[in-house]
Design a protein around this ligand. Structure first.
Ligand code: NAP
Length: 249
């Protein structure tokens, strides 16, 4: 527990489970108050609110699909009304709809691009005016190592995560003059419900590609996000930090 993020207000998308949940907890441990979104897991979301409040933080959650632009704008306005400002945005919400391109449906393509890429546009746009007026802000986008190296069977997901990297760099250049830093984290394979879907054969194949020979714990991604959210990373912008056990070196 530290206080590097004391008085800061963080918004994390998709935090009812997995990496997003760990990020919300890690930011709260450093002193930040937390607003977060989720799509379906109401029980886990409410449990997280309780857990954050038990740490002495203000916490609020919103059930909303991150790909919905209008809701993103409304949620950001609500948070500004409730908390007075937004200092940190973590664009974490994401999904997979894996399959070979040859068999991939248009719906699976559209759902992944909307859930993983448009969502980053939605929330970044929703908070950037406020951050610009504060002359301060940190936006951290969760990409993926496969957005850098590619992955068969994940054309939609890889395109969305490569898109997130391009969006990160453009936003970093556009917002730098207002003292807003925009960076991305590219995790490798992390033990969450998302990778739980993989079969044993797929998991073995993945492990053979990881120099550290294990998947990451969500907390190992969250600690890097916490660093980027703090002034320790105040001179970093437009960067992509791979937290991938050495996959993309
Ligand atoms: P996860 O365990 O499946 O959890 C996803 C979280 O995001 C859940 O809280 C879910 O809410 C929420 N969510 C998904 N789509 C949403 C939407 N449209 N609107 C609002 N909330 C939404 O996934 P994870 O493994 O923690 O992944 C988190 C992020 O890290 C994703 O962007 C993912 O692409 C990225 N990532 C993961 C890995 C990995 O190996 N796990 C590797 C690289 C990058 P509900 O519970 O309510 O559905």
């Amino acid at each position: 527990m530290g206080n590097k993020l004391a008085q800061k207000i963080a918004l994390v998308t998709g935090a009812s489970r997995g990496i997003g949940r760990s990020i919300a907890l890690a930011l709260a441990d450093e002193g930040a108050d937390i607003a977060f979104t989720y799509r379906t897991s109401t029980e886990s979301a409410e449990a997280l609110v309780q857990e954050l409040q038990a740490k002495g933080r203000k916490a609020v959650c919103y059930q909303s699909d991150a790909s919905d632009f209008t809701q993103a704008i409304e949620i950001a306005q609500n948070i500004i009304k409730e908390f007075g400002r937004i200092d940190i945005l973590v664009n974490n919400a994401g999904i997979t709809r894996d399959g070979l391109l040859m068999r991939m449906s248009e719906q699976d393509w559209d759902a992944v691009i909307a859930g993983n890429l448009k969502s980053v546009f939605n929330y970044s746009k929703a908070v950037c005016r406020q951050m610009m007026s504060q002359h301060q802000g940190k936006i951290i986008n969760i990409s993926s190592v496969v957005g850098i190296i590619g992955n068969p069977g994940q054309a939609n997901y890889v395109a969305s995560k490569a898109g997130v990297i391009g969006l990160t760099k453009s936003m970093a250049k556009e917002l730098a003059s207002r003292n807003i830093q925009v960076n991305a984290v590219a995790p490798g394979f992390v033990n969450t419900d998302m990778t739980e879907k993989l079969n044993e054969k797929q998991k073995e194949a993945i492990l053979s590609l990881i120099p550290l020979k294990r998947m990451a714990k969500p907390e190992e991604i969250a600690s890097v996000v916490r660093f980027l959210a703090s002034d320790d990373a105040g001179y970093m912008t437009g960067q992509v930090l791979c937290v991938d056990g050495g996959m993309a070196m």
